[in-house]
Write a protein that binds this ligand. Structure first.
Ligand code: ZN
Length: 570
């Protein structure tokens, strides 16, 4: 493709609403343009990347024995009503009515629709196993679309669904998908971890997330430095605290005017944050409860919800805090608190703790569980940096930020039982089909790749999904230069190597800046003194040192480029 004929509208300024590096660079590089909140155009370069990711995903799904289908994005409400998700999805579902007033929605995921295929088409255990997948646009009315392609309201997903007649078969299908996912993420050139995960609202038991490591990630994961254990902090097993937690002291009320935050109070009173008894008020449906964790720990809200026997919990409002503690936010504490108190195991071991006095501008020091207050002891904190690994018991856990790019589950009979999707077993008995589901956020991966592969000058695409393999630059309009470049361009395309040729009438500086921004992995430059000496300049995008470019005789250029691209794709 000739640059002047393509549509690559590079710009200098970042979009005003961009907070993520991928959002900035994909917009500046002319890959995407915003149409509305969480909705984007894919311009030619962006679409080429998206299609390449799709192609890798398709190849690995096909290789794993999955069958591609396509279900509608526009769906009648009846299927989600069968499983109650018409209600459960709440405001996240894009709902609409047809001309007759019937309820419809745009598909956020397709378990019900694919289960309907299964109940119509599968009769006997002989029809199983099956795995059906699609690559399709999904719709979710996100409350806060953000990060460009990271969290959209319309996005492209690959969703696969397995159907089995036995538990062992379902596990084998899951394992087959797990291996396929490892191949996909390896081929994409991403640094990722497969982590144990909570299955959330989807229902089901066995599940794992594929988390791409990036500082901008919203998910916190922990991984062991000694074994392969990795988990989302929300589900990571917390090892019991074994540290000595100080010696007992006398309970004293102290004046802490204007010091409400943990770090703030700890600094003011000159104590370590792990001596602080952080006391948070949560609302769980009608109940209000206090949770006490060490100042250096965070509450695991999923565990807390389970302990309180509800689906989800939320921090109480400021008004609720005032009403239950009689003090401003930041001064709550368990001493004298009359409501339900849950104490994390590590916090229960703290002697001489510091906590709010339930009186604005006052704290208590020398506080101890069992002596100064009572509460139910439970593991209710998130795993944290430096915890002992719960799997091997030797290594230490390190926390990472990750972006969830894939998720695999065994669903069991959650959907098939509700929707009566059954098969006849060998004794002619009806059994619900055992299902699994497997998602990859294809359009999110465009952004996720850049969150991990960028530098100050722009994007750095892995060869496997780069919009083109080679960025050919010609400097000036001299006929011999253009003729030599044209010959190389034609020869490379004929070998299946994709070349973007920047033949624009622009200064070299402009061309090189655009080349670095767009981030095609290999740049080849024709022109100037080098050309007069019979050479072209070659430079890999990941070599930030300009001295790393190499001069290659024009006659050897094609072989050198082919070698570089083939090796990078291998
Ligand atoms: Zn370990």
């Amino acid at each position: 493709m000739r640059f002047s004929r393509s549509l690559i509208p590079t710009i200098k300024e970042a979009p005003a609403d961009a907070t993520n590096v991928s959002h900035v660079l994909l917009t500046r590089g002319g890959f995407i343009r915003r149409v509305g909140a969480g909705m984007y155009d894919y311009l030619p370069l962006g679409l080429r990347v998206l299609k390449k990711i799709e192609a890798i995903v398709r190849t690995e799904m096909d290789r794993a024995g999955a069958l591609e289908i396509l279900m509608p994005a526009l769906l009648p409400a009846e299927y989600f009503k069968e499983t109650d998700r018409w209600t459960k999805f709440g405001d996240n579902l894009f709902r609409l009515k047809d001309r007759k007033g019937a309820d419809f929605h745009l598909g956020p995921t397709h378990e019900e629709i694919v289960t309907d295929i299964a109940r119509r088409e599968i009769r006997s255990y002989r029809d199983l196993p099956k795995n059906l997948y699609q690559v399709q646009s999904k719709f979710r009315d996100e409350p806060r679309p953000r990060g460009g392609l990271l969290r959209c309201r319309e996005f492209v997903m690959k969703d696969a669904y397995s159907f089995d007649s036995t538990e062992d078969g379902a596990k084998a299908s899951y394992e087959e998908m797990r291996k396929a996912y490892v191949r996909v993420f390896d081929r994409l050139g991403l640094n990722y971890r497969m982590v144990a995960a909570d299955s959330g609202a989807m229902g089901g038991s066995t599940s794992a997330e594929f988390q791409v490591l990036a500082d901008s990630g919203e998910d916190a994961i922990v991984a062991c430095d000694a074994c392969s254990y990795a988990a989302n902090v929300e589900v990571a097993t917390v090892t019991p605290a074994d540290e000595p937690a100080g010696t007992s002291g006398e309970r004293t009320k102290v004046h802490t005017p204007g010091h409400g935050g943990i770090a703030d109070v700890a600094a003011f009173l000159k104590v370590e944050t792990k001596q602080m008894l952080k006391s948070l008020i949560y609302r769980a449906q009608k109940e209000v409860a206090m949770v006490v964790v060490r100042g250096d720990h965070d509450v695991n809200e999923i565990r807390l919800a389970r302990i309180l026997g509800v689906d989800e919990v939320a921090l109480a409002t400021e008004a609720d805090v005032r009403k239950t503690t009689g003090a401003a936010v930041g001064y709550a504490g368990p001493v004298g608190f009359t409501g339900r108190v849950i104490v994390d195991r590590a916090a229960s071991l703290v002697k001489s703790g510091v906590t709010g006095a339930n009186e604005t501008d006052h704290h208590l020091t020398g506080v101890e569980h069992g002596r100064d207050f009572e509460g139910e002891v439970a593991d209710v904190r998130l795993a944290s940096n430096g915890d002992t690994c719960p799997s091997c018991g030797k290594g230490k856990l390190t926390t990472y930020k990750g972006i969830e790019a894939g998720h695999i589950f065994i669903l069991g009979t959650h959907y098939s039982a509700k929707m009566n999707a059954t098969f006849l077993d060998e004794t002619q008995k009806k059994q619900p089909i055992i299902m699994g589901c497997y998602g990859i956020g294809v359009s999110r991966l465009v952004a996720t790749t850049i969150e991990q592969h960028n530098d100050a000058s722009g994007m750095r695409w892995p060869m496997s999904i780069a919009p083109y393999h080679v960025h050919l630059c010609t400097l000036g309009k001299d006929e011999p230069v253009l003729a030599a470049a044209q010959a190389l361009y034609d020869a490379l395309w004929s070998k299946g190597i994709e070349v973007l040729w920047d033949e624009r009438d622009e200064r070299p500086g402009v061309k090189f800046k655009d080349a670095d921004l767009i981030g095609i992995p290999f740049r080849v430059t024709f022109g100037g003194k080098n050309f007069a000496a019979g050479n072209v300049e070659m430079k890999a995008r990941d070599e930030s040192d300009p001295a790393k470019s190499e001069m290659v005789a024009i006659a050897d250029a094609q072989a050198r480029i082919e070698d570089f691209v083939r090796k990078a794709l291998a």
